[in-house]
Design a protein around this ligand. Structure first.
Ligand SMILES: Cc1cc2nc3c(=O)[nH]c(=O)nc-3n(C[C@H](O)[C@H](O)[C@H](O)COP(=O)(O)O)c2cc1C
Length: 331
């Protein structure tokens, strides 16, 4: 039975104050308070994706989570550094500055940096009792965010949904584990108990799952989007810069096909996002236009067959991982 403790007695769970080593990715326009509260209440870490929210909407969502659960939860901010007219004097956008301010005013347990290096705000977050986690796509970024004082690094592989790096999860995770001294969460294409166990075997202490939690009842988004994730197989996504100017994995459709061969027309981030991506996101996620909308999802969609409550997803992942471990112990 000793090996079962890996699942139930995990250092990163102690650090974050959660029961299970399952964190729900803070996905913009998908992960609002309702989803975060459901995941946290089930024993994982629910995270609000703040990007593109009005600051007052973020405040409302943080309060909603606190109304529904007293368990730890997080807020994810895209700390993308920008230049020119989009930049404030700190190098972040005004919206990022506003989100930092609201998050500090309202409070949360875990501040997650979804992009860039959050180093400048780590001391302030720690002073408020928050843990800081940072998403990376390669070893160089992992070493850099560790040096900035973050508590946990989330290594997200090429299979994942949304913005992606170039390295596949199976190669990225052990390499990051070898390169930093802080806990690592694995991400990218993971959608079930097998992914959780594989991540632990590679030296990660838990998982950060996005796409699996889009196809849940509490996720914000049109049913067409959720059902499309259930419908596609492992080959149904593609990486393109057409949405934001940065490489982003999304469901292959007429929108993504229309940009093939027109890559030189794609503007840099965040210009492309403003001119093309925001409208595409609205069409996809809110209006449910699965042909011309932007529908980010990872290759793990091939493992997703239903749209259950988010708490059920957490329970199912743990049950599957436990059953596999028990099978090994009995063998
Ligand atoms: C719809 C969608 C939106 C996302 N938005 C964000 C975001 O706002 N911040 C962030 O840190 N990561 C974001 N991500 C990436 C996730 O954090 C994570 O790296 C990815 O979902 C992991 O791969 P998976 O989808 O295969 O689980 C997003 C992913 C998706 C699918």
């Amino acid at each position: 039975m000793a090996v079962l403790n890996i699942l139930d007695n995990n250092p990163v769970c102690d650090l974050l104050g959660i029961k299970y080593p399952i964190c729900q990715a803070g996905m913009y326009q998908v992960a609002y308070g309702e989803l975060a509260a459901a995941v946290s209440e089930a024993g994982g870490l629910g995270v609000i994706g703040s990007a593109f929210m009005d600051p007052e909407d973020l405040r409302r969502e943080i309060r909603l989570v606190k109304d529904r659960t007293d368990k730890p939860f997080g807020v994810d901010i895209l700390f993308a550094e920008v230049s020119g007219e989009d930049a404030t004097e700190t190098g972040y956008t005004q919206q990022v500055e506003d989100h930092i301010a609201v998050t500090f005013q309202e409070g949360c347990d875990v501040l997650v940096s979804g992009l860039g290096n959050p180093g400048r705000i780590v001391p302030d977050a720690h002073a408020r009792g928050m843990k800081v986690m940072s998403l990376v796509g390669n070893v160089r970024q992992a070493v850099a965010v560790e040096a900035s004082g973050v508590d946990v690094v989330i290594a997200s592989g090429h299979e994942g949904g949304g913005h992606v790096g170039r390295i596949g999860t199976i190669s990225l995770i052990p390499k990051v584990v070898d390169s930093v001294n802080i806990p690592v969460l694995a991400a990218g294409g993971l959608a079930d108990g097998r992914g959780l166990l594989a991540s632990l075997a590679m030296g990660a202490q838990g998982v950060w799952m996005g796409t699996r939690f889009i196809a849940t009842q509490e996720a914000r988004g049109h049913d067409n989007y959720k059902n499309k994730i259930v419908e596609i197989d492992e080959d149904g996504t593609v990486v393109t810069r057409a949405h934001s100017g940065k490489p982003n994995r999304m469901i292959r459709n007429q929108f993504t096909d229309a940009w093939i061969g027109r890559e030189t027309e794609i503007k840099p981030f965040p210009q492309q996002l403003r001119e093309v991506g925001e409208d595409g996101s609205y069409r996809g996620r809110i209006e449910g236009d699965t042909a011309m909308g932007v529908l980010p999802a990872g290759q793990g969609a091939g493992l997703i067959h239903s749209v259950p409550p988010a708490g059920q997803v957490v329970e199912d992942i743990m049950a599957e991982a436990r059953a596999i471990l028990q099978g090994w112990e009995q063998a």
